[in-house]
Design a protein around this ligand. Structure first.
Ligand SMILES: [Fe+2]
Ligand SMILES: [Fe+2]
Length: 193
């Protein structure tokens, strides 16, 4: 009977999965950048592409520190997230709405990576792989910063711009009980299209 795998085996598997995820992201990020209209958003994606290339090199260092061959294993999770991002980019949205959707797609990827690196750091620490833990923590910090930057852009105007385009007649929040007039308004809007 084959010996049961250990946490170390699971750790190496997870590293391979993450290595592949980063490689997939180096192909996806330029597409997000190209689809972005807001200059700051485009440059955020471009900056994160450079960081991602550094993260791939960092993972190679992690493999070396563990005397493991550098190898990836197809990451289905990030492939699905990238696929969803692609279908969003095929939609016919106005520019600001598309930017809001690109941020949503980007943040899904960042959160997936944060979960992966959070686990990797914890496992590396638990097993005493201190060099690997330090390297993986550096990437985790970059992923968190990238996520925060996207939140900042969304909340710093892009979401509001998209919301204003969705509800151009709303000067301020509607009072409670205005449902009927709001329904009239939205049917009028539909009719104008
Ligand atoms: Fe990454
Ligand atoms: Fe990332």
């Amino acid at each position: 009977m084959a010996e049961a795998g250990t946490l170390h085996d699971a750790f190496i598997e997870e590293l391979r999965d993450t290595y592949d995820a980063e490689k997939q992201l180096t192909k996806a990020l330029p597409k997000l950048a190209k689809a972005a209209t807001d200059a700051k958003l485009r440059s955020a994606f471009e900056t994160h592409l450079k960081e991602t290339q550094g993260q791939i090199a960092r993972l190679e260092q992690v493999f070396e520190s563990l005397d493991e061959k550098v190898r990836g294993k197809h990451c289905d999770g990030i492939a699905g997230i990238i696929e969803e991002g692609k279908s969003i980019m095929e939609e016919d949205f106005d520019d600001t709405t598309m930017d809001a959707c690109l941020i949503a797609a980007g943040q899904r990827a960042e959160h997936y990576e944060m979960a992966a690196y959070g686990t990797l750091v914890a496992w590396a620490q638990a097993m005493g792989h201190t060099e690997a833990a330090t390297l993986l923590q550096q990437t985790l910090d970059e992923e968190k910063a990238a996520d925060k930057k996207l939140s900042g852009l969304a909340e710093g105007g892009i979401n509001q711009g998209a919301a204003d385009a969705a509800h151009p007649d709303d000067d301020e929040a509607e009072p409670v009980g205005a449902a009927a007039s709001s329904a009239r308004k939205s049917s009028a809007k539909t009719a104008r299209r």
